[in-house]
Design a protein around this ligand. Sequence first.
Ligand code: ATP
Length: 590
Amino acid sequence: MRRPVKAFYLIQPYFRENLSRVVTGLFCLILVDILQLFIPRVLKRAVDDLTAFRAGSRDLMGYALIIVALALAIGIFRYGWRLRLIGLSRRVEEGLRNRLFSHIQSLDAAYFDRTPAGDLMAHATNDIQNVRMAAGMGLVALTDAVVLGAAAIGFMAYIHVRLTFFVLLPMPLIAVSTRFFSKRMHRLYQNAQQVFSEMTETVRERFAGIRIVKAYTWEKHDARDMERISRRYVRTNMALARIIQSFFPLMLFFANLSLVCVLFFGGRQTIRFAITPGDFVAFISYLGLLTWPMMALGWVTNLIQRGGASLERIESILKTSPQVVPVAPGNALRAAGHDLSFRGVAFSYPMPKASEKGHPALKNVHLAVPWGTVLGIVGPPGAGKSTLLRLIPRLYDVSSGAVTLGNTDIRRLDLEWLRGRIAFMPQEAFLFADTIERNITLGRPHVSEKKLREALKMAALDKTLRELPDGLKTLVGEKGVTLSGGQKQRVALARALLLDAPLLILDDPISQVDTATGHQIIRSLASFARKKTLIIVSHRLSVFAIADRIIVMDQGRIVDSGTHARLVESNPYYRHTHQLQVLEEAFHAR
Ligand code: ATP
């Protein structure tokens, strides 16, 4: 219980921001607690009057009206605290969610390589919901347990101290069992969370790869996997339910033990005239009022533990700092010029455990790309081509050496400025579930119609769009499933071209389009020569007709470089690939 509570400092700022809500909410809540305590007092008076044969219909009506007035006031103030305190918990939830989302967005690509999306979804939904419950209902239960509990005991003691003592005897049992149960609940709850996260990730992955699953008739196997994990989820939740469901009845049992004490000891005191029948009835009413604070005591530990455990998980994400750290705004530079160079660059992808050393994806890379150059990069799969490109917009930072722009280490440049200089088209064309237009303009809603048309034309997308029923407004499904691979690739290319940045970096831009469309795109790209730096990775060597220079990579190193003509002549890998592609094109041309 001690550790999770520590993480509550994270929600303090939201409480401070909503101080008026906290104060008015608690005021209404405490008022409700106090007003409730007066109903047994009215009952006492009524019963005493009745037993003494003093009460007439008018008196009874009077008592009834007082109870109605109290109930009305309780209702109004209860509405007040619910609105204020539940509103508070929603604001805590909102603040925490926004903070978590912005923080996760600031983390680098390496973090997303090792964190399953299901885990992040569980944090964003379950964990934040637990914190909301702890902040809202936790606060209510705690206040009720303390204020209503203490006040009810006070009112009971006012009637008869020794009787109150007997009635409260079962209390330590409640405290001890709450402690025992809440520890087990916490552990089982964590298990349930873990299995939930695994299940979410399994579902997400299986649906993301549904086409592969179908193509390989893997449905039965997948369904069995899913059944297994669902069964585990039910098992862990049933274990949790068993403990929760035995906890609350046990609390009620202890509360009923107190009732037995009132009946026996209170009854004897009434017979002996130590207390009046009205006191006896009031005592039972107070006991009724005390049942909720006793249960709240149990509930609040549960809520706070869940909330605390969730906050701990959120805290561990918030404490994760990105490995790609933007330079402090005061020290951030802007490069003079756009000459790019790699100076003795080595890079290994970060491993899940910091202690493990990754296999180097780039080794001792020296490369100068003066502004206005068209550079081609070729090499077998896994040679490190994409990795080299990813280092330029700092999706990852070099392990040693430096990447420079205009002679300045890019790690010293303003990160947003740097990324604003680069139009990067990654190998995998990712589309959001939105219109084609929004997928292309991505974050820049005010681009001119002319620029958009130009980009579409260059990406050879204009004709395709005319064939689509809604043109640019066509909605693409999740990851663009309603488009062909080649169409998606061209949407991604148009997105990069629209940026009009001085550095255009394309990772395999024509791998999925037919030869004729590929040539059309290459011709468009040729118009950028001397106007931009163009870096193109491609397995299709025809792209390199426009390149000033081509580098050949293998196993993380640059093993050769030169013009297309020189490489065809002297590089065996390049010549072999070229011959195969010439044959292939000749075959298709027939
Ligand atoms: P391809 O032509 O298939 O796209 P590539 O030349 O672009 O290949 P890279 O994607 O740069 O090759 O990969 C270089 C090496 O880095 C490979 O050994 C690959 O397994 C590894 N690698 C790539 N991405 C990651 C990653 N996110 N985490 C860990 N290792 C990676």
